[in-house]
Design a protein around this ligand. Structure first.
Ligand SMILES: Cc1cc2nc3c(=O)[nH]c(=O)nc-3n(C[C@H](O)[C@H](O)[C@H](O)COP(=O)(O)OP(=O)(O)OC[C@H]3O[C@@H](n4cnc5c(N)ncnc54)[C@H](O)[C@@H]3O)c2cc1C
Length: 534
């Protein structure tokens, strides 16, 4: 996309078009002020390979051609996607709220997940707006462990297909509380809430890890950017424009603009009254460090030495269970459980969250299935896939100062993920849940790394990146204040997952979107408009 006509000065400039940046840009654009959204990637092409396991997981066609270095300086390819919409182009669209307890201190065996500077109740109205913005289908009140909601979802939950409804009933009989997984998808439903055949999602079940060929997934491009560009001529998007550095004014108190490399390779500078950074938790931290100057020798916003530290990404596990009974489900990703989220009868500490994944196909099973299933010793993979049921187990990791993003001497990014960070909860969650599935006739289980974690390196699993510029009330221990403005600078905000002081155990994106709306409201007020949010 070429540079927009007019001056190179904007009221608000946003770096990165993932859910965080897109949401803030769209909210601020409602004020009528000039907003520029800069994105290093292009629009993701809509093509048949969008739905090919081989292309998406086998050859990682849509994954950024990027090399980072791990704790031991070994190179690896992180799970990043440089497109309009950011990583949400391939996300699973499971859009869950953190639980109220996540906003306070949470005691784990390895330490304490720190409290947020405000409560669930403070965040609640933004969660409701975020759910509406990202087309979330769900049912509040079903999960007894969830916080209260002030508003219903706009859309009813995506209905379980018969095998998953049976699983839900069976889990209920074991005393658990399965609920419909809140999902950001476009779905045509009949009056009873049943998905109709013409629903894009029913035709494909290519949500987890796949781009959506039909634009029927609520990624940031389809849910936010396209409607915002159509509705607000004062909002401009520039693709294939990489921000290289943030520039401060001579006092060092304000960011005056950003230096970029344009699509053709030439250099350019854009200036703005307010700059919002949302390049993803890893790349935002790297950009702040890279922008060091005489007034900020340790990197921008880094007088606390906290930029890049406290990196989190969840302890995750994809689990495939095989049941004797066939599982003909097409759209499987409809059920979740929070029974093991809080300390309780199963353990004195939190274990985590469980949700269903999209159904593995033959290609995915081939890399993961045990060679001999007890009940089907010589079943071909296609047959095995018909019996598989797929789950995603997620447990909280802790913000460790040593889990850190730094820049190497050659400028490359080092992601020093500390091993063994609060992992017992995930092991216990797996064991406990497998025991329960065993009671339901699912005997053979295998964990897969290929679905999301398709690289040999643990550090490569960057999907749920968070925490590298945390917000808080103390400038000595946090990078951002409660409005997500850098303590050290008057006009720099950060709205991707880096603001999170702790990550809980549910997928992070709804929280990133809700926070981006909160910060968007604040910026709208700051630039002197009282336009109520759309
Ligand atoms: C396979 C997969 C499945 C997932 N499933 C789920 C799920 O079901 N539910 C959930 O809640 N979350 C899920 N996630 C995580 C979710 O995608 C992220 O939480 C979310 O995208 C984060 O949004 P963000 O705005 O913080 O950053 P990102 O989405 O990372 O966006 C950052 C953007 O900044 C751009 N950028 C970076 N550097 C620059 C630069 N220098 N100049 C210009 N632009 C730049 C990038 O190209 C990108 O577009 C999943 C992620 C993956 C990879």
């Amino acid at each position: 996309m070429p540079a927009p006509a007019g001056s190179d000065h904007y009221d608000v400039l946003v770096v990165g078009s993932g859910p965080g940046g897109a949401t803030t840009a769209a909210r601020v654009a409602e004020t009528g002020k000039r907003v520029l959204l800069l994105e290093r990637g292009d629009f993701l092409p809509r093509e048949r390979d969008n739905w090919s396991s081989q292309a998406v997981f086998g050859s990682a066609k849509y994954t950024a051609d990027e090399t980072f270095y791990d704790l031991h300086d070994r190179p690896f390819r992180p799970e990043l996607h440089y497109y309009v919409g950011g990583n949400s182009k391939v996300y699973g669209a499971a859009l869950l709220r953190l639980l109220p307890a996540d906003f306070g201190e949470v005691q784990h065996p390895d330490g304490v997940a720190p409290a947020w500077p405000f409560s669930y109740e403070d965040m609640e109205p933004y969660y409701a707006r975020a759910e509406h913005l990202f087309w979330v289908h769900g049912k509040h009140g079903e999960d007894p462990f969830a916080g209260k909601s002030s508003q219903d979802y706009k859309y009813p939950p995506v209905r379980h297909e018969p095998r998953i409804q049976q699983l839900s009933d069976d889990l209920g009989k074991l005393g658990l509380h399965p609920f419909h997984l809140p999902l950001g998808v476009q779905l045509t439903q009949d009056a009873q809430g049943r998905a109709t055949v013409d629903s894009p999602c029913i035709q494909c079940d290519r949500v987890d890890g796949f781009p959506c060929l039909l634009g029927a997934k609520a990624d940031a491009e389809w849910a936010v950017i396209r409607p915002a560009l159509a509705g607000h001529p004062n909002l401009a998007l520039m693709t294939r424009t990489t921000v290289e550095r943030l520039i401060t004014d001579s006092s060092g108190r304000s960011v005056s603009g950003v230096a970029v490399t344009l699509a053709g390779g030439s250099q350019h500078t854009f200036t703005a009254d307010i700059v919002v950074l949302s390049a993803g938790a890893i790349l935002s931290a790297a950009l702040l460090l890279k922008s060091a100057n005489g007034k900020h020798p340790q990197g921008l916003a880094n007088s606390s030495d906290m930029v890049g530290r406290n990196y989190m990404r969840h302890n995750n596990l994809a689990l495939i269970a095989f049941s004797r009974e066939p599982n003909p489900t097409v759209f499987q990703k409809t059920l979740a459980l929070n029974d093991f989220y809080r300390p309780g009868e199963h353990w004195q500490y939190p274990m985590g969250h469980i949700q269903m994944l999209g159904k593995s196909d033959d290609w995915q099973i081939k890399g993961a299935a045990p060679h001999r299933l007890g009940w089907a010793p010589s079943a071909p993979y296609g047959q095995v896939a018909k019996h598989s049921i797929d789950f995603w187990l997620s447990s909280e990791d802790l913000p460790l100062a040593g889990s850190r993003i730094t820049l190497r001497r050659d400028g490359a990014i080092k992601l020093a993920l500390q091993p063994g960070n609060n992992t017992e909860g995930l092991s216990r969650l797996r064991k406990t849940f497998q025991g329960m599935l065993g009671k339901l006739g699912m005997e053979d289980m295998t964990s897969v790394r290929s679905l999301y974690l398709h690289k040999a390196f643990d550090a490569a699993a960057t999907a749920h990146q968070a925490g590298t510029a945390r917000f808080g009330t103390e400038p000595a221990t946090s990078v951002l204040d409660v409005t997500c403005k850098a303590h050290d600078l008057d006009n720099l905000y950060v709205v991707d997952g880096s603001f999170m002081p702790s990550i809980g155990a549910v997928n992070p994106t709804l929280t990133i979107i809700a926070n981006a709306l909160r910060v968007g409201d604040h910026i709208a007020e700051r630039i002197g408009t009282t336009t109520p949010p759309a």
